[in-house]
Design a binder for this molecule. Structure first.
Ligand code: AQP
Length: 340
């Protein structure tokens, strides 16, 4: 049997993002999508809109459908290039759910119970959380293993899920024969965690929204207003101090990542200056970063048929790999092949 392994010199990298909330926020961009855009020449990238994962939030159906298409436009506007990368909607590849089931049968209940993100999202056996939220990491393992990815760009919060993915790949390979590549983490340039501007002790998140969240598509004046009203502290010094100056540290982190200037150089720039100066500089940098994204998004979203076509092209490429993987998986676990 031929192995569904990637070919060509570029390592395969896979990552997904949930089309939840009102759009993508600054953290999604700086923590994920900007890196995706940068790695497209060095890696064979598969990027998907995790609409099946979005269902764990039980979103409004019309909103989810619209957000999935708009999310594709946002990814493209942020620099993901469907000519160089495979961009698709997770639900367009039915094999994800099928592999999720098969891997679920190899996952221990106790093992799944130890996933801290489930607990962080309020999940427990008595909380009314869904089975979908509980088995989310197993579906995530299926997403990754399906494409034989060599590495996966992940944040610190996802490290445990990648460990589960690696364990499941090794378990499957040991039981049924070598089938899956065992993926490693993709180590990006920085793993900056962007915090909410109104509560800088928690991460900026699509599901939180409000004045603490900077949407990629916010108008320049809205971005500026939110940044100018960011929570700081009663001191005056512009320096990084996560414990005492979480708000100022977050603003400095944003400025550092957007302008690609190290934090100590920024601290030197702001010596003798105040929080107003810092906020002004952050607003200017973020507005400049997002202005071309906003413009490109408006062009892309005006042509939904073209977005659907691009997602269909991406799904076509993804399906080729997924079908090959699942043919091997079905045969190895002992499912009787259907007759044509
Ligand atoms: N605040 C953040 N700082 C850095 N990176 C972040 N990411 C999200 N928030 C930050 C990264 O974005 C990618 C996609 O995330 P996702 O949408 O699949 O789920 P998430 O991590 O749960 O993102 P949100 O915005 O917080 O969504 P909701 O509110 O719907 O749960 C991931 O690579 C993540 O690390």
């Amino acid at each position: 049997m031929s192995e569904p392994r990637p070919s060509g010199p570029r390592p395969r990298v896979l990552s997904g993002i949930r089309p939840t909330g009102a759009g993508f926020q600054l953290g999604n961009y700086l923590g994920a999508v900007r890196h995706w855009a940068a790695m497209q020449d060095e890696a064979d990238c598969f990027f998907f809109l995790a609409d099946l994962h979005a269902l764990t939030d039980v979103p409004d159906p019309a909103h989810l459908r619209a957000r999935t298409r708009e999310s594709a436009a946002e990814l493209l506007a942020m620099g993901v290039d469907p000519a160089r990368s495979t961009v698709f909607a997770q639900s367009h590849i039915r094999e994800h759910a099928e592999l999720g089931w098969i891997l679920g049968c190899l996952t221990g209940f106790g093992e799944a119970s130890r996933m801290t993100q489930f607990k962080d999202k309020g999940g427990s056996s008595s909380s009314g959380a869904s089975v979908g939220l509980f088995t989310y990491p197993v579906l995530q393992a299926a997403d990754i293993l399906m494409y034989q990815a060599a590495s996966v760009p992940i944040g610190e919060d996802q490290r445990q899920h990648l460990e589960l993915t690696r364990d499941l790949a090794q378990r499957f390979n040991a039981r049924y024969g070598d089938t899956f590549a065992v993926p490693g983490p993709y180590v990006g340039k920085d793993g900056a965690r962007i915090k909410d501007l109104q509560d800088p002790t928690r991460k900026m998140s699509k599901s939180i929204g409000g004045n603490g969240t900077l949407w990629v598509l916010d108008a320049p004046e809205v971005l500026t207003k939110k940044i100018k009203s960011a929570v700081t502290d009663t001191g005056r010094e512009v320096r990084v101090d996560i414990a005492e100056k979480a708000g100022v540290s977050n603003l400095l982190t944003i400025l550092s990542v957007v302008t690609e200037r190290p934090l100590d150089a920024l601290e030197a720039d702001f010596a003798g200056k105040g929080y107003g100066d810092l906020k002004g500089a952050v607003a200017e940098a973020v507005v400049a970063e997002f202005a071309p994204v906003r413009k490109r998004y408006a062009e892309l979203v005006a042509d939904p048929a073209e977005l659907d076509r691009l997602l269909a092209v991406g799904a076509g490429r993804a399906r080729e790999v997924a079908v090959a993987t699942m043919a091997a998986v079905r045969e190895r676990v002992g499912l009787l092949a259907p007759q044509p």
